[in-house]
Design a binder for this molecule. Structure first.
Ligand SMILES: Cc1ncc(COP(=O)(O)O)c(C=O)c1O
Length: 364
């Protein structure tokens, strides 16, 4: 039996709540969605939360909610999942790629400052792999230049920046509930969090055909709604999230102790609480190590092998002028090891022993 990269948690309670919602007769935007939104807002310490059909939809609707559109520039990292950037193009704004720092794999604030122009309208820091971006310098730059900050928190449910939960630091924040995330709704789903009532109301309307009332459409909207069964699952998963994040952090410590000196292990800045959506190491011998682990029953992942500015769909529109050394180095050397709540210590030790074996072999 191999060790998977991640695992979705399902128990009797989740099965029961799923069945109850299935039999309730109400499937879209009902009481469960409202309850989940309220509970998620409370969890993040914000006033409003709006469920959407995915994390990508959350980012897209947030950009529309902030009135970002043609001629606007949006500062983004290139080392992320493409969904950080594709919604920027969907609203016809221009993504401006900025490099990351190699300690946390998040936006480098000094680089952000350098890329501000008259057209810049927003910055999208990504709390990557579960580690928050350095938000104080980013929000300072945003304030000085009258910009919006949209947190991409799709990989960071429960992470903290200077003891504040991510999701309430920027003007809006977006989370994903895709099955590999720290919590899931066992399908696609996302949520926007904000303290701004007007933005929350606009996003709510946009996700449901531009309406507040059944057949009165105040704007041209979309169908990017959320479902009752998934909200019911989300409520249960949210209850377990703090314990799951604690378990991820313990597993990371076991990895850190065993792997230090063998590969570059993840860092937790003194101002951060990392929730290890992924446990990501870095090594020049990434591809060979990956193959070796695979032969030994250990699943791994590469998040992500091609920086966004080099993706064919992006470079064909924007060209490939940007040289983002850290993003490119990370894309060539990162490797995600198995990480999920409850991953047994003896399994982590086995994975680390295999990495030690590989290191010895490849030196000798
Ligand atoms: C950093 C980041 N942004 C955005 C997304 C998009 O989320 P979703 O897959 O729910 O659309 C994801 C997840 O896949 C992600 O990891």
């Amino acid at each position: 039996m191999g060790i998977p990269l991640s695992k979705v948690y399902i128990d009797d309670e989740i099965e029961k709540t799923t069945l109850e919602s299935l039999l309730s007769g109400w499937y879209i935007l009902g009481e469960k969605v409202k309850e989940f939104e309220q509970k998620f807002a409370n969890f993040c310490g914000v006033k409003y939360a709006v469920c959407t059909s995915s994390g990508t939809a959350a980012i897209f609707l947030s950009l529309l909610g902030l009135d970002i559109g043609p001629k606007d520039e949006v500062i983004v990292p290139s080392f992320s999942f493409i969904a950080t950037v594709s919604p920027v193009l969907h609203v016809r704004a221009k993504p401006i790629f900025v490099d990351i720092n190699l300690r946390t794999y998040t936006l480098d604030p000094a680089e952000v400052k350098r890329k501000i122009s008259r057209r810049t309208k927003a910055i999208i820091p990504v709390h990557f792999y579960g580690h928050p971006a350095d938000m104080t310098p980013i929000t300072d730059i945003a304030e000085e230049n009258d910009l919006f900050v949209l947190e991409d928190a799709c990989q960071a449910h429960g992470a903290e920046y200077k003891t504040r939960k991510v999701g309430g630091i920027g003007h809006v924040a977006c989370f994903s509930f895709y099955p590999s995330k720290n919590m899931t709704v066992c399908g696609d789903g996302g949520i926007v969090t904000t303290n701004n009532k007007e933005i929350a109301e606009k996003i709510k309307m946009l996700r449901d055909h531009g309406r507040r009332e059944k057949y009165v459409h105040e704007m041209i909207g979309y169908n990017l709604r959320f479902n009752e069964i998934q909200a019911a699952i989300g409520i249960k998963q949210l209850e377990k999230l703090p314990a799951w994040n604690a378990s991820r952090r313990k597993i990371a410590q076991v990895y850190n102790r065993a792997l230090s000196g063998l590969v570059i292990t993840p860092i937790e800045e003194h101002w951060a609480k990392h929730v290890y959506h992924m446990y990501v190491i870095r090594t020049e011998k990434r591809n060979n190590l990956r193959e070796f682990l695979n032969r030994n029953g250990v699943s791994t992942g590469i998040h992500y092998p091609i920086p966004i500015h080099k993706q064919p769909a992006i470079s064909s529109i924007l060209g490939q002028r940007a040289s983002l050394a850290n993003s490119e180095l990370a894309a060539n050397t990162v490797l995600s090891l198995p990480m999920y709540p409850g991953l047994a210590t003896n399994k982590v030790e086995y994975i680390c022993s295999k990495i030690r074996e590989f290191s010895k072999k490849s030196k000798g």
